[in-house]
Design a binder for this molecule. Structure first.
Ligand SMILES: [Ca+2]
Ligand SMILES: [Ca+2]
Length: 497
């Protein structure tokens, strides 16, 4: 019998014993909910919302370890929590005392974490915290709280985390440092009026056994595989910030690079890569994207490339055949879809249109209608910055195909999402910029044809998430990946089936 089952049977008497059985690091912020399977909801059902509310709260789950408090909650509709028509706020009464903090919704809320915060009576965008002491209040950015919410695309179910121990600005009290808290979620409409709420729930911050989890190795796996790195280098960073990129690229040692946000001719990119990674680099560059390899890289042309749909804003893709010295060649599509927006809006529709066009180019490749012709069963990889901040439709177009586009893999199946975790193993976010209102997100993907290749190993390199000893051992600095770009490199080692 597992721990959660014991807790369920034993009830509240054994609660303290059960929570002390928690260990560090079981929760992974990746938008998947398998890690919540053994956790009982603190809220099993929420009252019906007011009519017209876009939010219908359902269940709520809470857990914690030494570093974070974790929440999972249902909102009843596919919504981008950071770009809501209103706002969703978690009101935390940290001392379970209604006379301290902000008197609101039956609580004395000492800390509020808001998705789409309200400012001057209007919903804004992004996420962040606010400490309340009486009527005094101060904002605390999501970066300081190491907060994140995944999936990044719109879903009716989200998992999020907020760091413990942050020294609160107004009184120096440390966040989530007491024995527990009371809380409830409240949704607000576009006029900042409450329109839905969960019941008040309690969570005890029982003892946690600190566990040091080993970082995911950066070294290449054995037997050797093809290492592909998808990297949005932020405004020509590879050329403009060469020292930091040199350290990162030497450690990653890629065979194939799929680069985005790089407006430079192929020979300039080849030269920039040869500085940290000596040798001749072959580069195919187009539309601010590039595919680079020490192996031969041949651009692939398709007729579909010229059929740009009206909704597309910019079609940023480079499509090439990379020829390793041994084994099969590999079709690589490096893409960069339109950024920003929310589910169903103009930018979201642009992403769908761009994805449909690029997927139809890949269909021509599979149908033998490209130049050069590609042999049946050739490995296919789609990588890059998908910017999935609205719906997940553009991701599904590539991964699952459709009736008109057909299946994206040779055997009539879907592509597989490599979905690697950050080296620290606690999240699969690939983007972070603490100066922005938006919390970290998973924007960068590598999809592959699993009929032809398998994933041997993979990780997202976020140097901020590594121990000093690990950084020293591999020759990286703590702020390297954040200084290089707002995106992290996504690294996959692909092997033949
Ligand atoms: Ca998870
Ligand atoms: Ca209070």
């Amino acid at each position: 019998m597992n721990l959660a089952a014991v807790c369920r049977l034993a009830g509240p008497i054994l609660f303290a014993v059960c929570t002390s059985g928690l260990a560090d690091g079981p929760m992974v912020m990746d938008g998947r909910f398998d890690d919540w399977a053994d956790i009982e909801p603190v809220v099993a059902a929420s009252p019906a919302p007011e009519s017209g509310s876009p939010i219908r709260f359902g269940k709520v789950w809470v857990t914690h370890d030494t570093r974070f408090v974790y929440l999972r909650f249902q909102t009843g509709a596919e919504l981008n929590l950071q770009k809501l028509p209103g706002s969703v706020q978690v009101l935390f009464d940290l001392d379970a005392d209604a006379t301290t903090g902000r008197a609101i919704e039956g609580l004395g809320a000492d800390f509020v974490y808001a998705f789409t915060p309200i400012r001057d009576g209007r919903p804004t965008e992004g996420q962040g915290g606010v400490q309340w002491v009486g009527s005094r209040h101060v904002a605390i950015g999501h970066g300081a709280l190491e907060a994140m919410r995944l999936p990044t695309y719109a879903t009716p179910d989200a998992e999020c985390r907020i760091a413990r121990g942050y020294p609160m600005p107004l009184d120096g009290r440390r966040l989530f440092d007491g024995g527990g808290f009371k809380a409830r979620l409240v949704a607000y409409d576009a006029n900042a009026r409450p329109c839905a709420r969960t019941p008040v729930f309690e969570h005890r911050l029982g003892d946690v056994k600190p566990v040091v989890h080993p970082a995911i190795p950066i070294a290449r796996p054995k037997p050797p595989a093809i290492r592909l790195v998808a990297y949005n280098v932020l405004q020509e960073g590879l050329l403009k910030r060469p020292a930091v990129f040199a350290r990162i690229l030497r450690v990653l040692d890629p065979d194939i690079l799929g680069l985005t946000e790089l407006d430079a001719p192929a020979d300039a990119i080849a030269e920039a890569l040869a500085m940290p990674l000596p040798g001749k680099w072959n580069v195919v560059a187009a539309a601010r994207t590039a595919i680079a390899s020490r192996w031969p890289v041949v651009p692939i042309a398709t007729a579909a490339a010229d059929q740009v749909p009206a909704d597309a804003r910019r079609v940023r893709v480079v499509l090439a055949l990379v020829r390793p010295p041994a084994g099969q060649p590999m079709v690589v599509a490096c893409i960069h879809l339109t950024s920003g927006g929310a589910i169903g809006d103009r930018r979201d529709r642009a992403r769908d249109a761009e994805a449909t066009l690029i997927a139809s180019m890949l269909r021509e490749v599979r149908n033998g209608a490209s130049r050069p012709r590609v042999a049946k069963g050739t490995p296919i990889v789609v990588c890059g910055d998908f910017n999935t901040v609205g719906s997940d439709r553009s991701l599904r177009i590539f991964r699952d195909g459709s009736e008109t586009l057909g299946a994206p893999d040779w055997d009539g199946s879907a592509l597989t999402d490599a979905h690697p975790l950050q080296v620290g193993g606690r999240s699969s976010a690939t983007w972070r910029d603490d100066r922005m209102p938006f919390g970290p997100g998973r924007l960068d993907f590598v999809l592959y044809a699993d009929s032809a290749i398998k994933l041997a190993h993979g990780f997202v390199l976020n140097t901020a998430d590594l121990s000093d000893a690990y950084l020293a051992a591999v020759g990286l600095l703590r702020d390297d990946t954040l200084r290089a770009s707002d995106h992290c490199p996504v690294v996959v080692d692909l092997a033949a089936r």
